[in-house]
Design a protein around this ligand. Structure first.
Ligand code: SF4
Ligand code: SF4
Length: 427
């Protein structure tokens, strides 16, 4: 469906959303603001055929949804942009290089098996310094006039996380039972491992399983649960996103709750009802599934803590991941989980509502504005004086790590809680 004219009309052009829009903050251009983009969506709806320069401004939107939080009129920009992205893919022909880069990202980042196969190469490349040399070469090719494909590849290399060889074979158990010491059984939670996360952030997934079981839940990690389709959905690749959604719904059949520790995945899964609304066979199941999805901090905040907490004497800056804070409205829960950890001080950076520039594939597709936002975010986080950052999204963790030149350690809230429950030090 193209963007809904009734939703477009709800914008009264007041401009309250402008100061929270990262692209407006960077460029100060009306067409790179939520208000401007809504006008462009109206133009696209009123005219047929190609979309011309409208595509540039839609592509530059991070989908951070800060405008949804800021809008006093309740404009559903989230629904509008999710309708507009597939419209772009239907009505616009991308250059072969652009298509190839996007396809490469989908074929690699949404397939954990392929990512695992790359691990030995990445480890060897880093040990031999080949990644740095290749990145340097790519950056030199880009030149002052800038050649998009090289800049994008250089950004991808820069964002590749440090990974241990063990990531190639590390697996979570399919079921982890709550120990008897955790008290009366609290239910079974299905855990989404993510694609990039299960390979590059295995320690977060392992901490999630330990914390949930220590709090009295059985944790199920179905083998059949693959990619949630978030990257595809947020890029307008609708049919493939729908396929992934159907498969994931089937894989988690029987779980009362589906916990997610990656904000981007969680927000996409909570949107499955909308994604499959036109599919008579799946619409109802998708709605029911979306209602079971919860960020892991939501699951933990709903219950009284049971496991004993040891002190974690550390000051951390809490970074609100956009897909958690704006897209899901989850701000209180991670803070309440962290507040239960003795010795931990949590501080808030300035401009919490402005995106760090990660936004799924954005920091590879649009490397320059993403880097500017990354540096701005790191400056705000560093200004708090905190020794580490806590963020509930692997993409944000990578972006902050890279733009702090790997000086600011970034932890997921469950990793800090796991350190408190197990009494182990944070890595
Ligand atoms: S999206 Fe909301 S805040 Fe922004 S201009 Fe429209 S009505 Fe105003
Ligand atoms: S989603 Fe984010 S980047 Fe896009 S218009 Fe809204 S505030 Fe701006």
């Amino acid at each position: 469906m193209p963007p809904d004219p009734a939703l477009i009309k709800t914008c009264i052009h007041c401009g309250f959303c402008l100061p929270t829009c990262p692209t407006y903050v960077v460029w100060g251009e009306e067409m790179d603001s939520p208000r401007g983009r809504i006008v462009l969506m109206r133009e696209a709806a009123e005219t047929g055929g190609g979309l011309g320069s409208i595509v540039t401004h839609i592509d530059r939107c991070l989908g951070c949804m800060a405008c949804v939080t800021a809008c006093p009129s309740g404009v559903r920009y989230d629904a509008l942009i999710e309708q507009m992205r597939p419209e772009v893919e239907r009505r616009h022909t991308r250059t072969p290089a652009d298509r190839a880069f996007r396809r490469f990202c989908f074929e690699v980042f949404t397939h954990p098996g392929r990512l695992r196969a790359l691990v030995p190469l990445l480890v060897a490349g880093r040990r031999l310094g080949l990644d740095e040399r290749l990145r340097g070469w790519l950056e030199r090719q880009s030149g002052p006039e800038g050649r998009r494909r090289f800049r994008r590849l250089a950004a991808m290399l820069r964002l590749t996380p440090d990974v241990a060889l063990s990531a190639a074979w590390r697996r979570l158990p399919e079921r982890t039972r709550a120990p008897a010491a955790a008290g009366p059984f609290r239910g079974t939670v299905g855990l989404l491992q993510g694609c990039v996360a299960r390979v590059f952030f295995a320690r977060t997934n392992e901490a999630t399983v330990r914390v949930l079981s220590a709090e009295g839940f059985d944790v199920v990690v179905p083998k059949a649960a693959g990619c949630c389709g978030a990257l595809l959905m947020h890029s307008g690749v609708e049919a493939e996103a729908q396929q992934r959604a159907r498969a994931l719904i089937g894989a988690f059949e029987g779980c009362e709750t589906v916990a997610v520790n990656a904000a981007g995945c969680g927000s996409a899964m909570k949107e499955y009802g909308r994604l499959l609304a036109d599919d008579p066979e799946w619409a109802e199941r998708a709605e029911a599934f979306a209602a079971k999805v919860a960020d892991v901090t939501e699951v933990l905040a709903r219950v009284e803590p049971r496991a004993a907490r040891h002190p974690v004497p550390l000051t951390v800056a809490y970074h609100d991941a956009c897909h958690l804070a704006h897209a899901q409205g989850v701000r209180a829960e991670p803070r309440s989980v962290l507040a239960g950890i003795p010795g931990l001080t949590v501080v808030q950076p300035a401009e919490w509502e402005i995106c760090c520039g990660s936004a799924g594939l954005y920091n590879m597709l649009e490397p320059e504005p993403a880097a500017e936002l990354g540096r701005r975010k790191v400056a705000n986080l560093a200004a708090t004086g905190a020794a580490a950052v806590v963020a509930g999204n692997p993409g944000c963790a990578l972006q902050i790590t890279v733009h702090s030149d790997r000086r600011l350690p970034v932890y997921h809230p469950v990793e800090v809680l796991d350190a408190s429950i197990t009494g182990r030090s944070l890595p």
